[in-house]
Write a protein that binds this ligand. Structure first.
Ligand code: C6P
Length: 405
């Protein structure tokens, strides 16, 4: 199990909910922040605050250095070079950028974009909107009853008309880890751009963009111990050079006249306006923290807790679990339902015991339609969670069942 000192680094975990200690099992929605991240952000405001890339004065240069250091840390985490990392507000903005820019550069009437039935709305709606604007069509690859991508359906829908394949690395509901290298190889064979929603993978497992084989990879800082308001889109350098900007304005230009403008080189081309500077610095500290634990250890701990939760839930005949049954084939989360009890009621009863889980459609309505349920409960785990917390969660699920079924 993870060293107990890790848990002590998270001040919020010392608070109570009512008269109960907080058991936080909703890190897939957002993670908590270690003291080092809170302090890095506060220290930036206290000691180094200035706008970046603008000032000739030393304070601005120092702020710019800190901002660029954060980019280098994020790049190193995913095995990339800093010029290929664009800071965004989060996964949602990164995927909107990707869909808009790929659409403008590569998609025309009669073209197709492949998504999957397990996408979060953030990796579905931007493609729908882009396809509507460009006269193209979005097609969705089916999910099998076991919660995997239907490979035959993927092969059948992939064609030379496919200009982009947009897929989650890890589903935020099923936990499924999709085989991105295989998907990317097949997509590249027909000339499609591969866009990966890595919101639930970058925080939880070692990831090298070179091995993943995708062209664009999106993730959020707040799900990986960092602040809200910061995330990233990694892109292959040649593709970033080809794609048009998403937002325009200050700092992303080379030259501006009254009727046109030319663009700066990436990543500046994609970072219009004052960026989230302090948040980037906080994210850099989060990356340092995760690297201090080691991403292999983060993955191992997540798997261990997921195995415990999965085994416990599968043992209970009144519980239905969604997604792959093998913990090795999953991210650090489990969605489930309790027979005859609405997921919101389960979550409310658990909250009375200080246990925070998420209930709802988790921004994946088409997937829930495929599962045949309007909502599910979801427990998710991170570096600060313990086996004792998983046991308390399972016992609370039993009490919910006894109380309401
Ligand atoms: N999922 C969840 O509880 P943002 O909100 O931009 O940081 O991330 C959006 C997003 C995109 N893709 C996936 C796979 C995600 O899980 C999320 C965020 C949260 O599942 C909030 S709905």
């Amino acid at each position: 199990m993870m060293d107990a000192t890790v848990r002590a680094d998270f001040p919020i975990l010392r608070r109570a909910v009512g008269d109960r200690p907080l058991i936080y099992l909703d890190s897939a929605a957002t993670s908590h922040k270690p003291e080092a991240v809170v302090e890095a952000e506060a220290r930036f405001y206290r000691e180094a605050n200035a706008n970046v890339r603008r000032g000739v004065y030393r304070l601005s240069a120092a702020a710019t250095d800190l901002y660029e250091e954060a980019r280098a840390k994020v790049a190193a985490l995913i095995g990339a070079i800093p010029e290929e990392v664009i800071f965004t507000r989060g996964t949602t903005e990164a995927l909107n950028l990707a869909a808009y820019a790929v659409g403008e550069a590569r998609v025309g009437p009669e073209d197709e974009v492949l998504v999957t039935e397990m996408e979060h709305h953030a990796n579905l709606i931007p493609w729908q909107e882009m396809a509507r604007r460009r006269g193209a069509r979005v097609r969705a690859v089916a999910v099998t009853p076991g919660g995997e991508l239907d490979w035959d359906d993927f092969r059948q829908k992939l064609s030379p008309r496919t200009k982009a394949v947009a897929v989650a690395h890890v589903s935020n509901v099923l936990g499924t880890v999709n085989p991105i290298p295989e998907i990317a190889a097949a997509a590249h064979a027909v000339g499609a751009v591969v866009v990966v929603d890595a919101a639930q993978s970058v925080p939880h497992m070692p990831l090298r963009v070179g091995e993943l084989g995708a062209d664009l990879v999106a993730f959020s800082g707040h799900k990986m111990l960092g602040p809200t308001g910061i995330g990233a889109l990694w892109g292959r350098a040649e593709l970033l050079a080809e794609l048009p900007p998403f937002l325009t304005g200050g700092e992303m230009i080379r030259e501006v006249s009254l009727d046109r403008a030319t663009w700066a080189d990436p990543p500046a081309k994609f970072e219009a306006g004052t960026p989230p500077i302090a948040q980037a610095v906080g994210l850099g500290a989060a990356v340092d923290y995760l690297q201090g634990i080691g991403m292999d250890e983060v993955r191992r701990h997540g798997r261990e807790l997921t195995s415990l939760a999965l085994a416990g839930l599968l043992d209970r005949p009144y519980v239905t679990v969604y997604g792959p049954l093998d913990p090795a084939a999953r991210g650090a989360l489990v969605a489930f339902s309790v027979d005859g009890i609405h997921p919101h009621d389960v979550a409310t009863l658990l909250d009375e015991e200080g246990i925070a889980i998420r209930a709802g459609h988790h921004c994946a309505q088409p997937l829930h339609r495929r599962l045949g349920v309007p909502a599910t409960c979801r427990a998710s785990f991170y570096v600060y969670n313990t086996g004792e917390e998983v046991a308390a969660f399972l016992a609370a699920v039993d009490r919910a069942w006894e109380a309401l079924a």
